[in-house]
Design a protein around this ligand. Sequence first.
Ligand SMILES: *[C@@H]1O[C@H](CO)[C@@H](O)[C@H](O)[C@H]1NC(C)=O
Ligand SMILES: *[C@@H]1O[C@H](CO)[C@@H](O)[C@H](O)[C@H]1NC(C)=O
Length: 739
Amino acid sequence: MATVQAFLVLLSLYFCCLHGNPRSAPRVYLSFKELLETKTIRPFSFSFNTSDYRILLMDQDQGRLYLGSREYVVALDMHNINKEPLIIHWPATAQRKGECRMTGKGGQGECANFIRLIEPWNRTHLYACGTGAYKPVCTFINRGWRAEEYLFRLVPGYVESGKGKCPYDPHQENVAALINGNLYAGVHVDFMGTDPAIFRTLGDRPAVRTEQYDSRWLNEPVFIQTHQIPDSSERNDDKLYFFFREKTLDAGGGGSPSVLARVGRICLNDDGGQRSLVNKWTTFLKARLVCSVIGDDGVETYFDEMRDVFIQPTQDERNPVVYAVFTTAGSVFRGSAVCVYSMADIRNVFNGPFSHKHGHNYQWTPYTGKIPYPRPGTCPGGTFTPGLRSTKEFSDEAVNFVRAHPLMYHPVYPLHKRPLVVRTGVDYRFTTIAVDLVDAVDGRYEVLFLGTDRGTVQKVIVLPKDPSTTEELTLEEVEVFRSSAPVKTMKISSKRQQLYVSSERGLTQVSLHRCPVYGKACSDCCLARDPYCAWDGESCSAFTPATKRRSRRQDIKHGDPLRQCRGFNAKENRLKETVQFGVEGSSAFLECQPRSPQATVKWLFQKDGKRKVLNRDAGVVKTGHGVLLKSLAQSDSGLYHCLATENKFKHTVARVALRILDREIVDALTAPDVPSEEHRPHLHPYPPPPPPPPQTVPPQFHPEPEVRLINQYCQSYWQQIQPSQQSKRTSRRHVASHN
Ligand SMILES: *[C@@H]1O[C@H](CO)[C@@H](O)[C@H](O)[C@H]1NC(C)=O
Ligand SMILES: *[C@@H]1O[C@H](CO)[C@@H](O)[C@H](O)[C@H]1NC(C)=O
């Protein structure tokens, strides 16, 4: 039932507003090959026997990107990932691989060392862990003081257990943060992979974890992200937030979702309880993250399957912005959404009521009884608990309460109570997100980079429309891998203007902008509304506020070329007229492809100096590529104008002079008994015959007007059937933009 209902809701969304929104179609779509031609990407081109390019860690100081994959750790130059990479081969030992196979685990090559954690340890060393063929191991990597040392190697002879730091099973997701020498990890701790935990190891603090096998705490979680966020200027209040999804406790009944997105947190200085919850967190709490849309009929559709989280720092370190990508749970409907959460809203929920359930058959209710001191979730020695030195001093009452009530009653809603971006009725899903804040002439814009499960990255901006609503605009979608595979991990460096994108099979470095692809005209650049780009008087090029010049033209907010491109528009309007031929009684296709899928197209027909909206008796078929005129008559000859309107800006995209040829003459000329083979029009072009000779007037004919026309016709026909790079490119762009 729930499925049917969900289907109807998605169907109605599809028709009402979401799918029909042309703004979710990218302005520019580039295939991998086209993207390569722009010279704005670098696919990692060193091949060695590896896969699972998953772990990416940026080291801004050394300008390095560390990559962890199957049995390899690689240090890359962030500026150019193909420049002298430093490669460490770190396989599991042959003996361990053998033991692993004996347990029957190595079905699909799992008996290998999959690198799953790379964290900065100190100025010279990294801490790294791998699955070690179902026996996790960790070690230190010496990367030297400076990149110029070209030092990158495992510390010889040093290996320690990776239990509680790294999963056994390479199919399980894990997250980790190394803070003050302590490693906090969201990880499956056992060989069977049935004991998930948030675990603290290493360092001087006691090992602490979540309660074992208690589904109220964690219920088959998939860990997605972890991030330290301070609560106040008092360091004792510092908390570590975990983002994960997990199974619902009461799944199956009442149409409730089977998976929920969660934000959980612990105090960094939690040392566990004294009498109960010994070596277990006494400050662990979690809440639901909601991301949903309400349809016209008032029915709410939830995106519960959290996929990725991006934390955008702000001036105030206590209040970063949390961006998360979600998909609809289940495999039938492909819906994705991006929701944004404020820390204030997250904290409010953690300060609100706890979720409570009396017995198995009762509903969850807000807990209304007395709440013990210190309030569960409070850190010892913090702003509200200055007298408590450790969680071991917490009252039994407080410890027992938190054990039974780890869940908050209220969910966290996104900003404005709705997603920033929604996609339904498309054949892909978002898998990853990275965000950049870009300073343009008319303000600061958030640019979202969204990785998809079809190996592309979309670049989306969200513009404020009026105080309460926003509009999203997809600037581009680019194929970042040679062979398509879901995007697995994405890291962004605003400083270097680069995005690093990885999949199971590869890694690609992608520039955040490629302005010339929007087109050669000022209006193209302006209408694109890409805050990274501006018209510099000659071309669409990268805009940086530092090099601001008066002549730079950019208008992200309105995208109004009439205002921004004054003086440049006239030049663009000098569009060349093309001549096309049609044969009486047959049909003709007039091509017109505006650069943007957001443009609306109108055709005008001009004859004897008068221009009218195209309106023929014999019929007109409009497509995304142009217009088809059926059963041509002599009266159809004239000038056709294709007018595109985008954002109130009108301009002529194509101007075609159509000439109609007399059917009888064409038939006569193309009939097999025409005397000279050489001068026969090539109407059946495959395999393509050699091009007709350049002189167009066969000597044996009198140069009558009709004959001249027919020769031109043949030439233009020849040109049309020659597969030209240019026309293929534009059509690809438009085919793709119909998604
Ligand atoms: C590549 O590595 C895998 C896993 O370690 C191994 O099974 C396979 O034999 C290797 N292939 C080659 C060509 O070395
Ligand atoms: C960093 O840590 C490693 C491993 O513990 C140690 O050998 C090294 O001396 C440390 N380096 C610095 C600069 O502290």
